[in-house]
Design a protein around this ligand. Structure first.
Ligand code: ADP
Ligand code: GN1
Ligand code: MG
Length: 362
């Protein structure tokens, strides 16, 4: 096993009914919040992989409630996918711990969960083809559609006000006021950009849209695309599935799936909203999300700029606060991420008329 691992993955794995001989464990994926590992077992000559995750309980303050949400959501989806081909690859499957709980809490207070590994599929950190955009959006649209009849009670809010953009703006103002890391002078243009956009933060909240069950973190790398068919086979990263607006999800797709650049690209000339990608997203999403009201549909183009602005505000806030929320891997990482978001907001704003026109025709 990798001696540099922060946690004893073998000890964690032993808390779950994973058969065979433990072979390897290694960090996996590029998420900003949880710790994700891939562990491999030898089961009678076959290598079987699992995903083991440590839930970031400083961010998700009630992991038990979060896991209750995930159990309900995955059970509901599993029931709906039962008649389709390859049902076990279409929804995440939790493996409960030996004690029957959906997670294991270790002696240090960490919360761990295990998922079956979705084989023959992968995620992408940056979009490469129109087909990927179409399939990802269709999968997220389908996800919302399948959860529309989730039985009561309402899901827990795993992070309250997660997409309340005005509150995200207020948090930025507080971070700016405190300037605890003495970094405000390094981010003057970004701070000015944020301040100029304050009025835009209310757009979705003021539109009186219906509450739905939404994913709330529809980054392109939170949907697995099938290696053979390219289909969006499984929506993953379910920690923020909770009541929300459909457009939070569409907006985050625009943020992460229309620019050819990575989220932390330093060369801002590479960052832009590619209109054909937006079209593929809108067509894919609307192919599945037939439940949208006219008011929701009309706001699809604006949601992209809003959610991109919101995540940019959050990266800037975390930069000013001294990098306490998102994982960072280099100096100025959160500021770099903020810059790409604000550049993308500008690019989306410039194409708003064309986006409106397109959506009217779909
Ligand atoms: P984070 O919250 O840190 O983003 P994710 O749940 O998105 O964590 O997992 C990180 C990455 O691990 C994903 O982008 C995906 O590539 C991979 N992954 C997660 N769950 C599975 C799974 N069940 N099967 C295969 N790969 C997975
Ligand atoms: C985080 O966990 P991950 O990396 O999929 C964040 C999202 C942000 C995203 C920015 C719980 O998502 O809200 O949009 O980073 N998740 C949480 O890349 O804050
Ligand atoms: Mg993720």
């Amino acid at each position: 096993m990798d001696v540099n691992l922060k946690h004893d993955l073998l000890a964690v794995a032993r808390q779950f009914p994973l058969r065979g001989e433990f072979l390897t464990a290694a960090p996996y994926g590029s998420g900003h919040i949880n710790d994700t590992y891939c562990v491999v077992f030898d089961q009678g000559g076959t290598r079987v992989r699992y995903i083991i995750q440590r839930i970031n309980h400083l961010i998700f303050k009630n992991p038990a409630a979060l896991m209750e949400n995930i159990q309900r959501v995955t059970a509901h989806l599993a029931q709906k996918c039962a008649g389709q081909s390859d049902p076990s690859r279409r929804v995440l499957t939790l493996i409960p711990a030996h004690d029957g709980h959906a997670y294991h809490q270790d002696a240090q207070g960490n919360y761990w969960r295990v998922y079956m590994f979705i084989e023959k599929a992968r995620t992408f950190d940056a979009v490469e083809t129109l087909r990927q955009a179409f399939e990802a959006a269709k999968a997220f649209g389908q996800f919302q559609k399948l959860l529309a009849d989730l039985a009561a009670p309402r899901l827990h809010d795993t992070i309250p006000d997660f997409h309340h953009t005005p509150k995200r703006f207020a948090a930025l103002e507080r971070a700016l006021q405190a300037d605890v890391a003495n970094r405000a002078q390094q981010a003057k243009p970004e701070i000015e950009f944020a301040l100029r956009h304050q009025a835009a933060t209310r757009i979705l909240l003021d539109a009186n849209l219906p509450e739905r069950v939404t994913h709330n973190d529809t980054k392109l790398n939170n949907v697995m695309l099938d290696d053979a068919t390219g289909e969006g086979i499984c929506v993953i990263d379910l920690d923020t599935v909770m009541p929300g607006l459909a457009l939070y999800d569409f907006g985050d797709m625009v943020r992460t799936t229309t620019s050819p650049a990575q989220e932390d690209e330093r060369d801002l000339t590479k960052v832009r909203m590619q209109f054909p990608m937006f079209e593929a997203l809108a067509r894919g999403y609307l192919a599945a999300a037939e439940f949208l009201t006219p008011a929701e549909k009309k706001l699809l183009p604006l949601s992209g700029a809003l959610i991109t602005l919101e995540i940019g505000l959050r990266f800037l806030t975390d930069f000013l606060a001294g990098d306490t929320y998102f994982k960072v891997h280099r100096e100025g990482h959160n500021l770099d991420r903020c810059r790409t978001q604000f550049k993308l907001v500008e690019s989306i704003e410039q194409q708003e008329a064309a986006m409106d026109k397109l959506v009217e025709t779909i």
